[in-house]
Write a protein that binds this ligand. Structure first.
Ligand SMILES: *Cc1c(COP(=O)(O)O)cnc(C)c1O
Length: 451
């Protein structure tokens, strides 16, 4: 899920000077021989430094060379309670003692049923049915397939296109890729393979900037022109994540819901990044008080322990899907509803809902805003912004990863910039002092890198 960055080779990658001991260097060398990393070239050609992690606990990652880093990424939005949380560890052990996995065709189990009940209870009504799957990208594939099968079931087979906004990110599989931002994404590499969907401009109104008719007009016009062939609108509610790291006003979402209703088009909310409190409400949709027809959740669902996601839909969508010729929803991953992941997910949600998460996210938001504010004065910085427990420094030029990544590690934090975005979404259990260290390091590293 990481965007491309310019390959560069550091001393550490070449197996060159590593004053902090050779165990880490040896592991990196073995890695370079055989392992792919996200959005990276393979092996020796891979760009940027690589750090070996020995263990993680609380909000600390411990490197094999003994250094400890404050985690500013929650392992890509996921580890909201930090690492090795005793409650989540206990849930994992207890489930392992019962069963790690069993197929889901024709069988069911307590962890799956319990998790589905919780998801229906905490997501906006009338979402009522839950499809548990392996990863965020798969949940987006499932959502798209549900929308297409729904229209087959309702006798409108011409409704096959999706409409979305630019600067979105929905995953790396081909269905999801086809609705990612067409310029920043991978469309040009896969023209001919990807379905051709409809792209309105990114929401122009910032999160705090009231949304006007003029802001929504291009989206409304595109939908009106293509309503007859549009199966669904898909977007990330109130915060565009990986493609932009930028919030937009909930009023935009409200208007999108109204327009979808007007044209009889389904609305898919991709809450994979925004879900479970990150933006200050439990779900991004809650800022606007709207309900989608289909919703994807993932990332923080298992607190960062295992890969699992879910696609929820209304009874109306479920009925439409089953009215299609197949009479069933045509999807079923091997590891569907994995009991181990489901048990940890339930423990994770119980922990979250039993915590003062709203106050916590508000505190982190204020601390991120205060800590990152000095970056706004730096010459290379275009904008500093926060939304919920997400803090972003946007630079004018793409950051040099070969410079900024080692600098951040030297300063004792794990932050993984991409392109022009140096951003953090720390675990909710991060204390005030650690947020201060994290933000000061980000400001310092950006100052170094844009000098
Ligand atoms: C990360 C992400 C995905 C893809 O999830 P994976 O688990 O990486 O497949 C989809 N949509 C959004 C909004 C995401 O942030």
């Amino acid at each position: 899920m990481e965007l491309l960055n310019t390959p560069t080779v550091s001393d550490q990658d070449r197996g060159g000077p590593d004053p902090r001991g050779s165990a880490a260097a040896r592991l990196v060398a073995r890695d370079r021989a055989v392992v792919w990393h996200p959005y990276a070239a393979a092996g020796a050609a891979a760009g940027g430094p690589l750090f070996a992690v020995a263990s993680a606990s609380g909000v600390r990652l411990r490197l094999t060379d003994g250094r400890e880093l404050i985690d500013g990424m929650s392992s890509w939005w996921a580890a909201i309670h930090g690492y090795r949380h005793p409650v989540l560890d206990a849930a994992a052990h207890a489930q392992l003692d019962t069963m790690a996995h069993v197929m889901f065709g024709g069988l069911t189990h307590e962890p799956a049923v319990r998790l589905a009940e919780t998801l229906v209870a905490i997501t906006p009504a009338p979402l009522a049915k839950v499809f548990l799957c392996d990863s965020g990208s798969v949940s987006v594939e499932v959502a798209i397939k549900m929308a297409l099968q729904y229209w087959l079931g309702r006798g409108r087979p011409r409704r096959t296109r999706l409409l979305t906004v630019r600067r979105g990110y929905h995953g790396d599989t081909s269905g999801a890729m086809a609705v990612c931002d067409p310029d920043g994404g991978m469309h040009h590499l896969f023209t001919g393979l990807l379905s051709r969907h409809l792209f309105a401009p990114a929401p122009p109104c910032g999160f705090d900037e009231p949304c006007t008719d003029a802001h929504v007009a291009p989206f409304a016009a595109l939908l009106a022109a293509h309503a007859d062939e549009t199966a669904a609108v898909i977007l990330e509610p109130v915060l565009q994540g990986t493609g932009a790291m930028r919030g937009y006003h909930p009023g935009f979402l409200t208007r999108v819901r109204e327009l979808c209703d007007e044209h009889g088009v389904l609305l898919i909310a991709d809450e994979i990044a925004t879900g479970f409190g990150r933006t200050g409400e439990l779900f991004g949709c809650d800022h606007a008080g709207i309900s989608p027809d289909i919703m994807c959740v993932g990332k923080a669902l298992t607190g960062g322990y295992l890969t699992m996601a879910a696609t929820l839909c209304t009874d109306e969508v479920a009925d439409g899907v089953c009215a299609s010729e197949a009479g069933a929803f045509m999807h079923g991953p091997t590891f569907m509803a994995n009991p181990l992941a489901a048990a940890i997910a339930s423990a994770n949600l119980e922990l979250l809902l039993g915590s003062p998460w709203r106050e916590t996210v508000r505190r982190i938001e204020a601390e991120l805003a205060a800590g990152l504010a000095p970056a706004a004065e730096l010459p290379g910085v275009a904008e500093v912004r926060t939304l919920g427990a997400v803090g972003v420094i946007e630079t004018r030029e793409p950051v040099d990863m070969a410079v900024i990544q080692p600098r951040l590690v030297e300063l004792g934090v794990w932050v993984r910039p991409f392109g022009r975005l140096v951003y953090t979404m720390p675990p909710y259990v991060t204390g005030t002092a650690d947020i201060a260290t994290l933000t000061a390091a980000m400001v310092e590293a950006v100052a170094t890198a844009s000098r």
